[in-house]
Structure formats: C-alpha cells, structure tokens
Design a protein around this ligand. Structure first.
Ligand SMILES: *[C@@H]1O[C@H](CO)[C@@H](O)[C@H](O)[C@H]1NC(C)=O
Ligand SMILES: *[C@@H]1O[C@H](CO)[C@@H](O)[C@H](O)[C@H]1NC(C)=O
Ligand SMILES: *[C@@H]1O[C@H](CO)[C@@H](O)[C@H](O)[C@H]1NC(C)=O
Ligand SMILES: *[C@@H]1O[C@H](CO)[C@@H](O)[C@H](O)[C@H]1NC(C)=O
Ligand SMILES: *[C@@H]1O[C@H](CO)[C@@H](O)[C@H](O)[C@H]1NC(C)=O
Ligand SMILES: *[C@@H]1O[C@H](CO)[C@@H](O)[C@H](O)[C@H]1NC(C)=O
Ligand SMILES: *[C@@H]1O[C@H](CO)[C@@H](O)[C@H](O)[C@H]1NC(C)=O
Ligand SMILES: *[C@@H]1O[C@H](CO)[C@@H](O)[C@H](O)[C@H]1NC(C)=O
Ligand SMILES: *[C@@H]1O[C@H](CO)[C@@H](O)[C@H](O)[C@H]1NC(C)=O
Ligand SMILES: *[C@@H]1O[C@H](CO)[C@@H](O)[C@H](O)[C@H]1NC(C)=O
Ligand SMILES: *[C@@H]1O[C@H](CO)[C@@H](O)[C@H](O)[C@H]1NC(C)=O
Ligand SMILES: *[C@@H]1O[C@H](CO)[C@@H](O)[C@H](O)[C@H]1NC(C)=O
Length: 408
C-alpha cells in the first residue's frame, strides 16, 4: 500500500503548529530544528526546507523596496554569479506567449516572474479571454499565504503547482472569522471548468476542540461545475473540502480532516485518493465517535448528486464514520476501497434522524480492510451488487466524456 500519506501528515501537523504560532516566520532557524526532529525518517531535509523556506523568504520580502524586488528579478538573468540565482527554477522563456487556445501566467513568491500572489494572477485574467480559452496559472513552489477567489466570470482556469508537498495556498479563516463556514475557505472557486494539478490547499486555523462552535475551517470550496483535481492535497480539520455543487473529479489526491472533511452537495468521483483522519485517537475500549469522512448534502430526491469513492484508502486516527446524512437524501458510495480499523463497525450515521433511513443512499461495494466489515452496519446501508455499483465506478458518473480533459 502507498504510505505517502504518513509523512505528509506528519509534516503538515508540524507545519500547522508552527504556522499558527508564526514561529516559522519569526525564527527561520526552526527549519533546521524541524529537520533535526527527524522528519528525517520520512522526508529528505531539502524537501522540508523547500516547504518551509519560501514562507520565511516571503516575510523578508515584505520588507524589501520595489527596487530591491526588481534587482532580485534581474538576478534570474545573470549567469555570472552562483550565489543567489534564486530564480533559476523557472524555465528559460517562461511563460510562453499566448496561443489561440491557452494563455499562461506565472506566479512566484519571490518575484521571479509575472506575479507574487495567486490572486493577482486570477485578477489579471481577462473575463472575455476566459470564456474563449484556458488560462494556466503556473505557480512555483512555495507557501502562498493568501485567500484566493475565482469569480464565476472566469471559467477555464488551471492552477499548475509543482507538487502537493512543495506548493500550497494557505489561509486560516474560520466560520466565526469569516461570517460562516461557506465563507471560511482559503480558496473559493466559482469559475467553471477549473483544474488544479500538483498543489495543496490548506486551512491552518486552530483544530477545534470538542464542543467548539464556529471553528469550521474550509481549505477549498468548489462551487462550480466541471472541476478536476489531479495530485492535489487538501489539509484541514473540520470541513476541509467543501465539495459544494457541480460535477467534479479528484484523482490521486490526499484529503485530511477530522469531521465531515468531504462535505457539500456535489456530484463527484474520487479515484485513487487517500482520506486521512486526524480525529483524536479514541482510547481502547471506548466506543464514542469523533469524526466522519463525509457529510453529503443531497436535500431533495431531484438532486442528481452524490460522492463516489473508488480505489481509495481511509486511514489515520480516531473512531469515525464513513458518512453521516447531513441532508435527508445524502448519497455516498465506497467501492474497491481500503478501510482501516478507525471505521466504527456501524460505519454510517443517519444524523440521528431515523426518518432519513428510508431516504439515504449509503452503499459499499468490494471494499477491504478491517473497517470494511459490513456485519454490524445499520439496515439502511446497502451492500451493492455489480449492477447497482456500476454507475458509480468510472468517469461516466460525472459525465466525464463531456468535459474532463486527460491529465497530460
Ligand atoms: C558555480 O557553478 C559551477 C557549475 O554550476 C561550478 O562549477 C563552480 O564551481 C561554481 N562556482 C562557485 C564559486 O561556487
Ligand atoms: C489562431 O486564430 C486565428 C484567428 O481565428 C487564425 O487565423 C490562426 O490561424 C490561428 N492560429 C493557429 C496556430 O491555429
Ligand atoms: C485548439 O483548439 C481547437 C478548437 O478547440 C482545436 O481544434 C485545436 O486542436 C487546439 N490546438 C491545440 C494546439 O491544442
Ligand atoms: C508575464 O511575463 C512574460 C515574460 O516576462 C511577459 O511576456 C508577459 O507579457 C507577462 N504577462 C503578463 C500578463 O503580465
Ligand atoms: C472554456 O474554453 C473553451 C475553449 O477552450 C470554450 O469552448 C468554453 O466555452 C469555455 N468555457 C466557458 C464556460 O466559457
Ligand atoms: C467582465 O468583467 C466586467 C467588469 O470587469 C463586467 O462588467 C462584464 O460584465 C464581465 N463580462 C463577462 C462576460 O462576464
Ligand atoms: C489567522 O492568523 C493570524 C496571524 O497569526 C491571526 O492574527 C488570526 O487571529 C488568525 N485567525 C484565526 C481565525 O485564527
Ligand atoms: C505532478 O507530480 C507528479 C509527481 O510528483 C509528476 O510525476 C507529474 O509529472 C506532475 N505533473 C504535473 C502536470 O504537474
Ligand atoms: C465563535 O463565536 C461564538 C459567538 O461569538 C463563540 O461563542 C465561540 O466561542 C466562537 N468560537 C471560536 C472557535 O472561537
Ligand atoms: C489504485 O490506487 C493506487 C494508489 O492509491 C494506485 O497505485 C493504483 O494504480 C490505483 N489503481 C487503479 C486501478 O486506478
Ligand atoms: C465481521 O464482524 C463480525 C462481528 O461483527 C465477526 O463475527 C466476523 O468474523 C467479521 N468478519 C470478518 C471477515 O472479519
Ligand atoms: C442487484 O440488486 C438489485 C436490487 O436488489 C436486483 O434487482 C438485481 O437483480 C441484482 N442484480 C444482480 C446481478 O444480482
């Protein structure tokens, strides 16, 4: 099994702690400490430095004048010194000129190309152009501390990162600080045909303690039709991934949270993704539940929505459900997926409203692992047969042939 999730979780847990305490920024030395405490076993020191260093860099930059920034940019073209040619990771001649089909914008934290923030690049997308061709926003590695919003007038945008462990957009709003869960997202996508590749979306607000109110903290809200995510990371605790509305495709993604960490009323296929719970470990012998992977929001039978997980893994900590029925007609299917023993034997929850039992569609098909034993599932959970499972198993579930572009 792919264990990539383990080190990422570790790093992000440490990062979350450091970032919320602002230690990274004030004491760049702790980067070395980070390396010393032996993320070593999992990650090469240079990778950790890559994740953390741009943050420190950024805050130094805020103190620089425009002139200093310009000089920094110029260094990219100077071949005569080895010392601080910090821009050399941007390919020569990049970004390429516009073609009839694509326009490319470049974002680099340190000022090495068109924009230093992702939002500045989004703002620069012309809404007329956006309705005619794809705009690729190429985002260099680094941590981008900003809240990003793609308006509905700007469809056809791609975020191209350099790896989910080296490129991240991070903010820390909560339901309280932003006026509601739906507004707390670090990244909000209202433009249709959005694509993201090899980038992470994080919300680093404090992890809620039991009983906390208003601490929901969304990493991304996908509130538009026809969005695709390839090799992306989603990091948060309560309500990490707001799969709000529309048809979406997620492939090879890493999704971390504690409760309801994939929620909303989207119609989505999650293929080969890792779902990682950071709910608090439950002591042996105790039987309480402290998390849920999904909270689907299908409210009426006419909603043609639901989450399908295929070839995914569910693991991490806590004692959690696969889903709870946030809205009465919640629809969620797990197929060909591995479930660790953090899944409680009952597996699912009707939101403690038995009236929903006749309306819910919770299905399982050909899953494995200790959490997949369906013996103790409530009667409303369906053990699907091949015919019933078939509509959920591939990209036809999200009408992929109408819009989903191949990865390359
Ligand atoms: C500069 O880089 C070149 C090749 O990358 C290397 O051969 C040379 O020794 C470096 N010079 C210094 C002063 O580090
Ligand atoms: C781009 O579009 C223009 C106008 O529609 C057309 O004349 C030109 O041949 C196109 N270029 C390419 C490379 O397709
Ligand atoms: C550009 O788009 C046109 C029409 O959508 C398509 O026929 C053509 O193959 C595309 N060109 C490239 C280079 O992708
Ligand atoms: C981005 O930078 C490239 C290379 O310097 C330049 O050709 C292009 O016009 C810039 N684009 C924008 C939108 O500023
Ligand atoms: C996105 O761009 C394509 C051309 O690449 C265009 O056909 C389509 O209408 C655009 N989508 C929207 C919603 O404007
Ligand atoms: C494009 O944006 C302008 C404002 O910047 C707005 O007035 C216009 O309606 C928008 N056009 C489209 C097609 O969304
Ligand atoms: C987000 O982080 C900033 C800087 O540390 C802090 O001032 C702010 O209170 C945080 N917001 C929330 C909602 O935690
Ligand atoms: C994304 O990252 C993977 C692994 O890090 C790499 O193999 C792939 O080429 C990258 N692709 C894109 C489009 O970013
Ligand atoms: C959110 O706001 C409410 C009302 O002001 C308050 O009771 C609660 O403690 C706040 N939650 C957090 C996590 O700060
Ligand atoms: C299933 O997921 C694993 C990694 O999570 C991947 O290596 C494998 O190729 C996937 N299988 C299929 C059939 O997509
Ligand atoms: C499934 O769980 C039941 C008890 O709930 C147990 O009797 C049975 O052996 C388990 N099956 C497997 C395959 O582990
Ligand atoms: C699958 O289940 C449905 C509903 O219970 C049933 O009608 C159908 O005959 C079953 N199909 C197979 C192949 O078992």
């Amino acid at each position: 099994m792919n264990l990539r999730g383990t080190p990422l979780t570790l790093v992000s847990a440490v990062l979350v702690a450091l970032l919320s305490a602002q230690i990274v920024v004030r004491y760049p030395r702790c980067i070395d400490w980070l390396v010393d405490v032996g993320l070593a076993g999992h990650f090469s020191p240079s990778t950790v430095k890559e994740i953390v260093a741009p943050a420190a860099d950024h805050d130094l930059e805020l103190l620089e004048s425009d002139e200093q920034l310009a000089r920094r940019r110029d260094r990219r073209h100077r071949k005569d010194t080895n010392r601080t040619n910090i821009c050399e990771d941007i390919p020569p001649g990049f970004p390429p000129p516009d073609t009839n089909n694509t326009s490319t914008l470049c974002v680099d934290r340190r000022g090495c190309c068109n924009f230093t923030s992702v939002q500045a690049a989004v703002d620069a997308v012309n809404n007329v152009t956006a309705s005619q061709k794809r705009t690729i926003i190429w985002i260099n590695k680094g941590v981008y501390f900003e809240k990003v919003r793609i308006p509905a007038t700007k469809p056809n945008i791609t975020f191209q990162g350099q790896g989910m462990d080296t490129t991240a957009i991070i903010w820390n709003d909560t339901a309280n600080s932003s006026g509601g869960t739906f507004l707390s997202a670090s990244v909000i996508v209202f433009g249709s045909n959005f694509i993201a590749k090899n980038i992470s979306f994080m919300n680093v607000a404090p992890i809620p303690k039991p009983g906390d109110v208003g601490a929901q903290a969304v990493a991304i809200r996908v509130g538009a039709d026809q969005a695709a995510f390839w090799g992306c990371g989603f990091f948060g605790a309560q309500d990490t991934l707001h799969d709000d509305r529309g048809r979406h495709y997620f492939r090879d993604c890493f999704i971390q949270g504690s409760i309801d960490f994939v929620f909303g009323n989207g119609k989505s296929l999650y293929e080969s993704c890792q779902l990682n719970s950071i709910a608090a470990p439950v002591p042996a012998g105790q039987r309480f539940i402290d998390g849920s992977v999904t909270a689907h929001g299908r409210a009426v039978p006419e909603d043609n929505t639901g989450f399908a997980f295929v070839n995914c893994t569910v693991g991490g900590t806590g004692r959690i459900w696969l889903g709870r029925a946030w809205r009465p007609y919640a629809r969620v299917v797990f197929a060909f997926s591995f479930m660790s023993d953090i899944i409680a034997p009952e597996g699912w929850n009707d939101f403690n409203d038995p009236a929903r039992d006749q309306l819910i569609f919770f299905g399982e098909y050909m899953c494995g692992g200790p959490g997949s034993n369906t013996t103790a599932r409530p009667p409303y959970v369906q053990r699907l047969n091949a015919t019933q499972a078939a509509p959920f198993l591939n990209t036809s579930y999200v009408d992929g042939d109408q819009w989903l572009l191949p990865f390359a």
